[in-house]
Write a protein that binds this ligand. Structure first.
Ligand SMILES: [Zn+2]
Length: 258
């Protein structure tokens, strides 16, 4: 078995035996990995806290090509993201990034786009006020939709490819994009959206993460964006509602009355 080295972010860790854990990682060079961390549950484990969820670590592992479990040899932490773990709301957002990444990426899927989207968003959240987190989560979701192969099409009509004459107000959940005036009647799964929502999402698709926090947004636009992204997720996956961190975020948002 070859020994491989990479940087990775821990998405999840769970008990495998009395002394060992299985960790799911989003790695820079080998996509999503599942690996056994032998001895990780012992008090004097060599892995220390490097394998806790929402931790960026340098890892060394024995690779199993068959798609089975890999075996971790060593891990050393790079960033624990301590600020994200100090408040329940921040932790819920960071956990949502990890859960969505785990759900949307396949084992062994190559390419580093998911890793960099997760890494950059966690880093940005670590240094941002919690008020910016929902915009950062939306920005991340749009990037991850693209990684998963269903990036919303927001410029041309997703049905005929034509350019709408006026800004469209229909969005097809099934096809994943806006509809022109001619095509909107053909789509039963369309959803009416405010033109400002389409404008905002277009901007969010193209903006650098550094600038996301500066965007100003009205409460009504915020509600519609949240509802549209959630409807889009739910249309494509039943599992979305089961993601625990998102349930926590919904509860926090209900308690805050937003
Ligand atoms: Zn059309």
């Amino acid at each position: 078995m070859p020994i491989l080295k990479t940087e990775a972010i821990v998405l999840r860790s769970y008990k495998w035996s009395e002394t060992s854990n299985i960790v799911t990682l989003c790695s820079r060079d080998f996509g999503k990995l599942r690996a056994v961390a032998k001895g990780a549950r012992r008090s004097n484990s060599r892995f220390d806290n490097c394998l806790n969820p929402i931790t960026q670590s340098q890892i060394l592992f024995y690779s199993r090509n068959s798609g089975g479990l890999h075996t971790l040899k060593e891990a050393s932490s790079i960033n624990y993201f301590p600020n994200l773990k100090q408040e329940l709301e921040k932790l819920a957002y960071a956990s949502a990034l990890c859960e969505l990444t785990e759900y949307l990426t396949a084992d062994g899927q190559t390419g580093s786009s998911a890793y960099y989207a997760l890494y950059q968003t966690l880093n940005k959240m670590e240094d941002s006020p919690v008020e910016d987190f929902k915009k950062l989560l939306w920005h991340f979701e749009l990037r991850m939709f693209a990684v998963a192969g269903y990036c919303p099409q927001l410029c041309e009509c997703v049905c005929c490819g034509g350019s709408p004459e006026s800004l469209p107000v229909s969005f097809s959940l099934a096809r994943g994009g806006i509809l022109c005036e001619k095509c909107e009647q053909k789509d039963a799964a369309r959803r009416q959206v405010h033109p400002d929502t389409v404008k905002f999402l277009r901007m969010l698709q193209n903006i650098e993460i550094e600038k996301v926090g500066n965007i100003q947004i009205s409460p009504s636009l915020e509600r519609e964006i949240k509802a549209l992204l959630e409807a889009f997720w739910r249309y494509h996956t039943e599992e979305y509602r089961k993601l625990k961190s998102l349930q926590v975020l919904r509860q926090i948002s209900r308690n805050a009355g937003t």
